[in-house]
Each structure stands twice: as structure tokens, then as C-alpha cells.
Design a protein around this ligand. Structure first.
Ligand code: NAP
Length: 320
């Protein structure tokens, strides 16, 4: 089978397509014929060797994908050959024609959801679900600012927040992104490049502030976010690429909090919640992953460059 392999950490050019043996599922494992693989920002940090998790080399990147069960190992009960699934982590990597996964790493993909959309489920929607329900403990009567709503996690967060009744504000940095954020469910949109947009957000709340901020770029926004919070407000720090100074008084005045976040630290019961919620939402149509660009598997290096550029518009997906 064809797979993307990384033999040394470095720039996007270290992603190369190779022929490797197709793995066989052992007991408790399944082999997925991958029809699409999702590209996430963390894939690029891991490839560069700067991420908290450093896989042993060589490795095939990717946790998110969707496809059809090709074969199952002994004792597997959850799925059978021919079933459509999305992956939430794999054993051998999602950027490939086939991926070996543990039985518990694959989940039913509703027939109405395309494989390309299925490749945009796990990290984006898992993050959004975990951030809203477990970290922020969001309630329907609250207002959430999705700060960076045009990308994978942002669109997912808007879908989930809308489906449970929150008032949703979303930001983007390009006209195309702003249009997408409006289309995907934000009640109000704001341009995070425009000077003074934070005052517009505060004005839109009648000066009260927002209850929750889901923050995609904390090193740029955290200090200003704290000033946008209502009493008992929470900033959930999802994305961060550097350092920033904050004034703790902004938190004290509002009895507010800023919470760090990592999807990798979820407990088994939180993970069970997340998949139950996502599977139901995909099935009932409230969750509709937005695919911005589909690229052939061989263009993984291009995908890694483009995902870090401004102007997000949904997910970038690789097609093996
Ligand atoms: P993505 O699809 O590349 O989207 C990036 C988003 O950030 C876009 O909406 C982009 O908007 C926005 N952005 C750019 N500049 C911004 C600014 N100044 N203020 C606010 N937003 C800004 O990435 P993603 O998959 O949504 O992930 C978002 C971030 O969360 C990444 O840093 C990722 O590594 C992190 N993340 C962390 C976890 C975790 O476990 N902690 C899990 C998932 C993701 P424009 O392009 O329109 O400007």
C-alpha cells in the first residue's frame, strides 16, 4: 500500500510517499481501507519534532480518517468488514491507503456523512465537544465566542454550540472565512484582523461580556479575551503558539478563569461521551463537517504548508 512516511523530523518536505507492506489485524485490531485522512495543525508540530508527543521514527502521520473496514482480527465484535467508520487515532497512521487501528479507535460513520467529512470528525469535533461540555460546562442560555471559527475546531464548535442553544459569536480573518462562519451558524461574526473588533464584540453583548471564549490563538488574544468575559466567564485555551502577558486582575474582577486544554488527556468516560454525542449529531444532521480542500495523498507536504497559512475555510483532507 501507499503511505506517507517521515524518516526524520523537519519541514513539510520530510513527508514522502512510499510503498510499504499492508498490515494485518491481530486480535482486537481492525484494518481500515482509508478513503480520506484529515490534516490537523498538530500533525505539523509532530512532523517538525516540536510537539509534546514525539513518535518513534519512521512513522506515518495522522489520527483522523474515514473509510471502510477491510478486515478484522480475532475477537472483534464492534465492526465487521464493509462497515463505514471514522478513526479516532490509529496504530499505523491515517495518511495511508490502509490503517491498522484498535477496535475501540473506530466508530460508526452515518451513511449521510461523506468519507472526506468523516476525516474531519475526531480532532476538530472531539476538541469542540470536550471544550464546550467538559471544560467550559456550557449551558444553553450562555454566549460563546469561538475565537477562530473558520477552521476545523471552530466550525465544529459552532455546530455543537448551536445544536444545544447557545448564542454563538464567531471570528475569522478573511471575507471568505467570515462568510463561512456566518453560514455555519454564528449569530454574529467579527473580523479578528480588524482593529477594535473586540469593542464590537462587547457592544454586541450590551456590555455584559461573553460567558465562554474558545480560543484558537491564545498567544495573540488571551489578554484581550479576559476583558471580554462576563461575570464567571471562562476562556478555554485550545490553540497557542507562543507567550503572552496577562493582567490577573482581569480575571479577579470577573471571578473568571482561563483553562488549559488538551484532547490527549481525556478520560475513557469523557471519550465515551464525546463519541456518543458526535455519532448522534452526525446522524441527526446537526454536525456537518466542512471540507474546504481535498488534496491527493501525495500532496501531504502542500497540505502541511497550507494548514498553517491564514485564510482557513474548513478542513484540509488528503485522499489516498
Ligand atoms: P485550523 O483549521 O488551521 O484553523 C485555525 C483557526 O485559527 C482559523 O479559524 C483561523 O482564522 C484562526 N486564527 C488565525 N489567526 C487568528 C487570530 N488572530 N485570532 C483568532 N483566531 C485566529 O486549525 P484548527 O484545527 O481549527 O485548530 C485551531 C488551533 O487549536 C490550532 O493551533 C491547533 O493546534 C489547536 N488545537 C489544540 C487542541 C488541543 O488538544 N489543545 C486540539 C485541536 C486543535 P483565519 O484563518 O480566518 O484567520
Amino acid at each position: 500500500m501507499k503511505a506517507i512516511r517521515v524518516h526524520q523530523f523537519g519541514g513539510p518536505e520530510v513527508l514522502t510517499v512510499e510503498e510499504v507492506p499492508t498490515p494485518r489485524p491481530a486480535a482486537g485490531q481492525v484494518l481500515v481501507h482509508m478513503h480520506a485522512a484529515g490534516v490537523n495543525p498538530y500533525d505539523t508540530y509532530m512532523r517538525a519534532g516540536t510537539y509534546a508527543v514525539k513518535p518513534p521514527l519512521p512513522y506515518t502521520p495522522g489520527s483522523d480518517g474515514a473509510g471502510v473496514i477491510e478486515a478484522i482480527g480475532e475477537g472483534v465484535k464492534k465492526v465487521k468488514p464493509g462497515d463505514r467508520v471514522y478513526t479516532a487515532k490509529t496504530i499505523t497512521g491515517a495518511y495511508a491507503e490502509f490503517a491498522l487501528a484498535l477496535e475501540e479507535q473506530v466508530h460508526a460513520l452515518a451513511a449521510k456523512v461523506s468519507f472526506a467529512q468523516g476525516a474531519g470528525v475526531w480532532v476538530p469535533y472531539g476538541t469542540a465537544y470536550h471544550a464546550l461540555f467538559h471544560s467550559a460546562e456550557a449551558r444553553a442560555s450562555e454566549t460563546v465566542l469561538v475565537h477562530g471559527a473558520s477552521g476545523g475546531v471552530g466550525t465544529a464548535a459552532m455546530h455543537i454550540a448551536r445544536s444545544i442553544g447557545l448564542t454563538v459569536f464567531g471570528t475569522a480573518g478573511t471575507p471568505k472565512g467570515l462568510e463561512l462562519v456566518k453560514r455555519e451558524g454564528a449569530h454574529q461574526v467579527f473580523d479578528h484582523i480588524k482593529p477594535g473588533y473586540q469593542e464590537e464584540i462587547l457592544k454586541a453583548t450590551g456590555g455584559r461580556g461573553v460567558d465562554i471564549v474558545l480560543e484558537m490563538l491564545a498567544n495573540v488574544n488571551l489578554s484581550a479575551d479576559l476583558k471580554l468575559l462576563a461575570l464567571n466567564g471562562r476562556v478555554i485555551i485550545i490553540g497557542n503558539r507562543g507567550e503572552i502577558t496577562i493582567n490577573p486582575r482581569d480575571l479577579m474582577l470577573r471571578r473568571a478563569s482561563a483553562r488549559g486544554f488538551t484532547l490527549w488527556a481525556i478520560t475513557p468516560s469523557e471519550e465515551a461521551d464525546i463519541h456518543a454525542g458526535l455519532i448522534a449529531g452526525l446522524e441527526n444532521g446537526t454536525l456537518r463537517p466542512v471540507v474546504g480542500r481535498e488534496l491527493p495523498l501525495a500532496e501531504a507536504a502542500r497540505a502541511h504548508k497550507e494548514i498553517l497559512e491564514p485564510g482557513a475555510a474548513g478542513k484540509i483532507v488528503l485522499i489516498p
